[in-house]
Structures are given as structure tokens and as C-alpha cells.
Design a protein around this ligand. Sequence first.
Ligand code: RIB
Length: 293
Amino acid sequence: MITVVGSLNMDLVVEAVKRPVQGETLLGTSFSTFPGGKGSNQAVAAARLGGNVNFVGSVGLDSFGKELQDHLIKEGIRIDYINVDSVQLTGVANIILAEGDNSIIVVPGANFSLSPSHVQKVNEVLSKSKMVIIQLEILPETVERVLELCQEHKVPVLLNPAPAASCTKKMIDMATYVTPNETECVEIFGGYSDEILKKYPNKLIVTLGETGAAYYDGAEIVQVSGCKTSVVDTTGAGDTFNGAFGFAISGGYAIKEAVQFANAAASLSVEKLGAQQGMPSLADVKRRLANSN
Ligand code: RIB
């Protein structure tokens, strides 16, 4: 059983030929809404692959909150541990897709209502989990409490330190795996280099977009190449990597194989619009891995 503790957002996605500059109004080419939020995305990624997934998070008492919960149920994810806040609105992410990449502004809303005391109430679920996956779109004190409880229970935690701004040394020290992208790695550790990877053997795994990912195995730096893909929308690629990596590690894969598996899953996820639409099944990932050898 995998437990994901994290955010749920409704993604409000606008496509445009280019990004507006300050003070400019542009006409876009399309508008869509998609379920998103790094927590929800990582939970769906693990569940699509066949994971038995619990979700711990918080939504508002509004239509987005209801839609996001219904969506998780449809994906086979247990939502008994979602808090419904009667004051704060459900989180939203304003996403612009232009010139082959995205820009995102998240308004956390009810995601910031998930407190350390909520987490305390799901202590038993955490203790029974094979793996806990967490990110930083919820309050840092809640993240630290999850890490403390999991340490007490000796449950491994995969920390995806995104967005990196609220990442603390305590979080890094307590997590079992830490998976920043290159930009987040620079923000957290002051750079991205072999020396930094070497400080965290078999723990710090840096995702490098289409290039793949890198980590230090205690003897050498391991570069795991990404799979060829045709990009439609990169939103959620990192989340797919994390959900798939957590699924693979908790299923007994070694780190290198889990990273290869997660790279393949992420390469499939970018082929469709929306954070979750392209997230693959186990059969899809196995096919991609077989074709990329
Ligand atoms: O990682 C992608 C996600 O970041 C989007 O789904 C959006 O909700 C933001 O949280």
C-alpha cells in the first residue's frame, strides 16, 4: 500500500502561441480544466500502474473539490483521509502552455488547511504503508510531521521537493529518497554537481527532463537515460516520474531499474494534454521499455 500526502488542484489550462509580457493582453487558442496538483498527480500515476493507493489531502466545500475527489475514486484511490474545509476554496493552478513549455501559478487554498493534527489522525495508515510519497504544495510543518511519524514507523518516504522554496534541511535528512529536478536541486543544495549527488548516495535522484535522471550509488554516478518521446504537454511529467518511482521501489525494484521504469512512465505522460491524461498503465510502460532497448 502506497500513501500519498499532498495537494489537489484544479488545473485551469490556457494554450497560446506565446506568453504575454507584463501589461499585455493576448488571445489564447484553447482553454481546458484538468484534475491536477502534485499530490493528486503522483497518486494517479502510482494507481494507473496498479498501485494500491491512499490519498491524504484537503479540498474546499465547492464543485472543484467534489470533482477532484470523484476523479480520485474513479482512479481507484482511497479518499477516506481527505479533509473538506468549509472556509477555504479548493486549490487551483493557472497554467499557460506556450512555446513548448508551461508556466504555473498555484493558489493553494484548502491545501494549506492540511495541518499536522490532520496527519496525526492518519498515523495508522502511514504506519501500514509500504511507501509514503510527499511533495511541498502543502504546509512545511505538515510535511515535517509526516516525515517524523514515518521515521517512527520505519516507513520509507519519497520526498519530491517541489516547489523547492519551503524545503528544509530537516526534510532532506529525514526522507529516504529526494527527487528534485535540476532547478530545484540548485535552489535546495546551491548547485547541481557530482559532489552534491555524492553527499546523498542512493537517496538524491535528480530528474533531468528528456535526458533522464542521475544519482550516486555509493561507488559511481549513475546516469539513467530518458526514453524518446513526442512532447505535447510536459505538465505532470515529474509527478509521473515520482508516482512510478514510488510504485517500483515499493514493489521491490532496485534503484536503477526503478529510475528506468519511472523515466519510461514520464516519457509517456508528456504525449497528451493535461497533467494526468497521458499517465500510463503498467503494460504501456513495459512496452516503452521494451521498445527503447
Ligand atoms: O506538477 C504539475 C502540477 O503542478 C499541476 O498539476 C499543478 O496543479 C501544479 O500543482
